[in-house]
Design a protein around this ligand. Structure first.
Ligand code: DC
Length: 217
């Protein structure tokens, strides 16, 4: 039987960083589910679609080809979009794209398929509640808004993404609200998920806490 480690939490809670470290330590395949929604947002932008073009966006999500490679690259219809999906333009619309129920159904099916037959660590917003409610290990990673904005701002600077601190705070606030008020797949704490507040914790401390649970120490 393959193993599923599921981690949910809001933007900037550290899920991405922690997940990739744990994946290496514990020999698990990483599935960044946010990247699948980001691919749809990017594909929509490339086609010149706006958030009003719901039918066309759903159509797009029926037909795109999204692939993750073992070295952490993301391919959309054969093109390497690893950096493009992190752009400011994509980040601005992705939460609304991910609110479209039909898009979610397609992405959830894709995410489950990506995990088939593998030992995976999967991070997102609805992994512990919708994608894999029966995952072997479930975590909810959280941090204060200020700390999450600081982290995301720093990450953006490292990646050369130009967003002011105020823009980051504003984007995170809007995404938090939208991510928590979706018709389907809203971000919420599953009752049986282990809650970790990482505001005053280092990445290593959070990693250690999770690894202890999944390795049963
Ligand atoms: O984790 P992220 O910032 O890359 O996610 C991008 C957006 O996708 C985020 O605003 C919420 C959405 N998302 C979602 O609705 N469900 C998931 N499982 C993962 C992400």
């Amino acid at each position: 039987m393959s193993k599923v480690v599921a981690i949910d939490g809001p933007a900037g809670s550290g899920k991405g960083t922690v997940t990739s470290i744990i994946a290496k330590k514990c020999n698990l395949v990483t599935i960044d589910t946010g990247a699948t929604y980001r691919c749809i947002a990017l594909a929509a932008l490339k086609k010149g679609l706006t958030l009003n073009d719901k039918k066309e966006i759903i159509e797009l999500s029926n037909n795109v080809n999204i692939e993750f490679t073992e070295d952490g690259k993301v391919y959309l219809d054969g093109d390497d979009v690893t950096s493009d999906i992190r752009s400011k333009e994509v980040t601005k619309i992705v939460s609304q794209i991910s609110s479209i129920v039909e898009v979610r159904a397609n992405m959830v099916a894709l995410q489950r398929k990506m995990a088939e037959g593998k030992d995976v660590i999967m991070e997102g917003r609805d992994i512990t509640t919708v994608v894999f409610p029966n995952a072997d290990y479930k975590f909810y990673l959280d941090a204060s808004l200020e700390e999450r904005a600081n982290r995301r701002h720093k990450q953006n600077q490292e990646k050369g993404i130009e967003m002011t601190y105020e823009e980051v705070v504003d984007n995170i606030k809007k995404r938090d609200y939208n991510d928590m008020h979706k018709e389907v797949g809203s971000l919420m704490r599953a009752e049986d998920a282990i809650y970790i507040d990482s505001t005053n914790k280092t990445i290593d401390e959070v990693v250690e806490e999770i690894v202890k649970v999944i390795e049963g120490e």
